[in-house]
Design a protein around this ligand. Structure first.
Ligand code: PRT
Ligand code: MG
Length: 214
């Protein structure tokens, strides 16, 4: 029996993946929210889940420690996608990658002036490519979370972050001024595993694709 390992993160991706797993006939034996286990069995003896940080999913799959994974496009763009096949946009955990500024900050004028813009973000690669494309010179400040704080305390002029409801920006007196890209989560597959475990992986990939289309 071919063993299949699927890498997932807790939280919104796990919750939104459950119906897709069910469509593929996979039911986790326990919830990662209540269990501290990092390897979770399923109703299928040949399928197990590993629970990793969202930003680590591409790394586990790239190196073949997991055959499949589910990762946000934000994470995949930062990772680069090397060694990964991305067969299905699952259309879950949707949001938008945005540039945001304090309310009242004249972003258009700042860009026009051509002065260096201080940009705080977890998404350094995405931000670099975005501003280079606009011909805007930036000083990138790498953060690991709570980007919204940076402009409020003078660490940066603008942030690049994910926006879903907009509630977090609003609560911190920030406003989205530019969309960089729409984000959703993708099924990613280790390229070597896809060849070696074709017969076992194909039905799962197809079930996910069918569930998304339904
Ligand atoms: O939380 P942790 O540090 O472990 O990692 P993570 O934040 O990368 O993981 P997680 O589980 O929070 O997010 C996993 C994936 O969900 C991301 O990689 C995105 O693809 C996707 N996603 C969808 C989001 C959001 N929507 C989202 N709104 N990820 C994060 N957010 C954050 C955003 O960064 C901001 O702080 O929520 C806040 C804004 O939300 P609103 O609703 O107030 O606009
Ligand atoms: Mg988070």
């Amino acid at each position: 029996m071919t063993q299949i390992t699927l890498a997932l993160s807790k939280g919104r991706i796990f919750d939104e993946t459950l119906p897709l797993l069910a469509a593929a006939g996979i039911e986790p034996a326990e919830s990662p929210e209540s269990s501290r286990k990092l390897i979770i069995g399923t109703n299928r003896a040949d399928v197990r889940l590993i629970i990793v940080r969202a930003s680590d999913v591409p790394t586990y799959v790239q190196h073949g420690a997991a055959d499949l994974g589910i990762a946000g496009k934000d994470v995949l763009v930062e990772h680069g996608g090397e060694g990964l096949y991305q067969p299905v946009d699952l259309n879950i955990a949707r949001c938008r990658m945005m540039v945001a500024t304090p309310v009242g900050f004249d972003y258009a004028a700042a860009v026009r002036r051509g002065a260096r813009l201080r940009v705080a973000t977890k998404y350094v690669h995405t931000a670099r490519v975005h501003f280079a494309g606009k011909g805007v010179h930036v000083d990138l400040i790498k953060l690991y979370g709570s980007m919204e704080l940076a402009p409020l305390v003078g660490l940066a002029d603008v942030i690049v972050d994910l926006v879903s409801t907009g509630g977090t920006l609003k609560a911190n007196n920030l406003v989205a001024v530019e969309e960089i890209m729409p984000i959703s989560s993708r099924l990613v597959v280790n390229q070597a595993a896809l060849k070696l475990k074709q017969a076992a992986l194909r039905p799962i990939i197809d079930a996910f694709r069918d569930a998304v289309q339904a």
